[in-house]
Design a protein around this ligand. Structure first.
Ligand SMILES: Cc1cc2nc3c(=O)[nH]c(=O)nc-3n(C[C@H](O)[C@H](O)[C@H](O)COP(=O)(O)OP(=O)(O)OC[C@H]3O[C@@H](n4cnc5c(N)ncnc54)[C@H](O)[C@@H]3O)c2cc1C
Length: 476
């Protein structure tokens, strides 16, 4: 008789690795299977362009990683994870060369928004600044409320929820000038939804608070360092990792008491034979991503953009909303995409040869869109960094089909593994008391398709491990 493992995990993204670690820490025997030749999922680093240029094909900047209650409870520094903080977490430049900035300090951020809005920004963030730990536990731990654990500070959570459920268009009322509105809209843009959707303020506010409390750091050596640290810790706890193994059917896996899937819900249903359970999951819009090897730093007109790890490009709330509506609602490529850009080598010299830089930029597109959006992306960068194209040594582009080919979880190029627009950020992949459990008593979902959704924070893995642990403990 083959021995029965306690848990088998499918997929070595941040959530699969976290689920595996959390179970191994509790003394369970864990085996993990990953389709690609290396672990990491959306947290990888590769030489995509030229030798010596180490790019992050997916995630690069980690406010939710640095603020993750799950990661903070693990000794990841011992396994090589070191956070590096750029001088400014984020800048949002304008055509006149000025910028709104998201700084570590609330004062510097407020000052960059102009005298008419500085006070309103302070009033927005102040109630939560000293309470990040409980807010992070309750916000990212939203899944645990579904999983049998009561919020730590329900009053604060309700207060945050009442502000957070407002659409970003509400900032037209709260703020008097365009800078503050654009700053908030850019952060909400990470959700990939129009600005009048409900619950858009919650992620924007979490990103702002994270900047003030934990920063928006990059890991030394690239996002792969997060995955390698998780994998190193898992091995030290006795877990086994198999790479280069795409799982197609449940009966290909070793016998186990629990199977935990860091996959899309659709793939889980197919592999575990769950029929049409997840047929109603809606996959969201996609992106066009470009990784650049540069001959020098990006020549931003705004001096603040030149010292920020992340730069949002899209001058007004209306511009950002139009780009989102094009990609998400109208099903067409935006003429002027809203860009999220990252410049990790500003703070990490290991990423590129001396004097050179890696830089990434992406704009949003409809799910499954085929074509080349390089011209639209570069035209937009050139508006704020004239001469940018002259610095490009090489580039690697990826639209929806290439993103889907990189990672089976990006269905149609949806990097969130299921739309996170509106209530879908909270209710995912479907309305269920414990969304990590499935119709099969031994099969669990741990990917970003489950709450609290996308981002490299491992929290869906953390909550899924808890659901598994409760089930196995009952069975024992
Ligand atoms: C371009 C881009 C930029 C991003 N930027 C950021 C950022 O800056 N900061 C941030 O926090 N987040 C960012 N994200 C989002 C973040 O990467 C994801 O939300 C996160 O990686 C989700 O983690 P996960 O473990 O749920 O899934 P994934 O990271 O997608 O991992 C899933 C893993 O499962 C494997 N797998 C799937 N199916 C199978 C199978 N059948 N058999 C075996 N293995 C399988 C896949 O190969 C993959 O390794 C970005 C994503 C993209 C694409």
């Amino acid at each position: 008789m083959p021995s029965i493992r306690d848990a088998v995990v499918v997929g070595a993204g941040p959530n699969g690795l976290t689920a595996a670690v959390e179970l191994a820490r509790r003394g369970f025997e864990v085996e993990l299977f990953e389709a690609r030749d290396t672990v990491g999922g959306g947290a990888r680093t590769e030489e995509l362009t030229l030798p010596g240029f180490r790019h992050d094909p997916c995630s690069a900047i980690h406010p939710t990683g640095a603020g993750s209650p799950a990661f903070r409870a693990m000794p990841l520094a011992r396994y090589g994870l070191e956070w590096l903080h750029p001088e400014l977490p984020m800048a949002h430049p304008f055509p006149d060369g000025s910028a709104a900035v998201l700084a570590r300090s609330v004062g510097e951020t407020a000052a960059s928004l102009g005298p008419r809005d500085a006070g309103a920004y302070r009033r927005l963030v102040r109630p939560y600044l000293d309470r990040w730990d409980t807010l992070a536990e309750d916000f990212f731990g939203y899944g645990s409320a579904l999983n049998g654990r009561f919020p730590i500070d329900p009053v604060q959570l309700v207060r945050f929820g009442l502000t957070g459920l407002q659409p970003i268009t509400w900032s037209r009322v709260r703020f008097r000038d365009e800078k503050a509105r654009a700053l908030l809209a850019g952060m909400a843009g990470h959700v990939i939804a129009p600005m009048n959707n409900p619950f858009m303020t919650a992620p924007a506010l979490v990103f702002a608070l994270a900047a003030h409390v934990v920063g928006w750091p990059v890991p030394r050596g690239g996002s792969q360092s997060i995955s390698d640290a998780l994998a190193g810790y898992l091995r030290a706890l006795g877990g086994t990792i198999h790479t280069g193994t795409e799982v197609k059917r449940l009966d290909e896996l070793p016998p186990a008491r629990a199977y935990i899937f860091d996959t899309s819900p659709t793939a889980l249903a197919r592999i575990a034979g769950l029929g049409s359970t997840y047929d109603n999951v809606r996959y969201g819009a996609s992106l066009f991503k470009i990784d650049y090897a540069l001959d020098g730093p990006v020549p931003w007109t705004s001096p603040d953009a030149a010292r920020a790890g992340t730069v949002h490009v899209g001058p007004t709330l209306d511009d950002i909303d139009t780009a989102m509506r094009d990609a998400v609602v109208r099903g067409r490529a935006p003429e002027r995409p809203f860009l999220i850009t990252a410049q990790p080598s500003l703070v990490d010299p290991t990423r590129a040869p001396e004097g050179k830089h890696v830089f990434w930029a992406y704009g949003h597109l409809p799910n499954g869109w085929e074509g080349d959006a390089t011209e639209a992306v570069e035209r937009q960068i050139e508006r704020f960094a004239p001469g940018f194209r002259d610095r490009v040594l090489a580039k690697a582009t990826a639209g929806p089909p290439q993103l889907a080919a990189r990672n089976a979880n990006y269905v149609g190029g949806d990097i969130a593994c299921g739309s996170a627009a509106g209530l879908r950020l909270l209710i995912r992949p479907k309305l269920k008391r414990v969304p990590y459990e499935t119709a099969h008593p031994s099969v669990f979902l741990c990917s970003s398709a489950a709450p609290p959704g996308p981002g490299v924070h491992g929290m869906a893995g953390h909550h899924a491990a808890r659901a598994v642990w409760r089930r196995l403990r009952r069975a024992r």
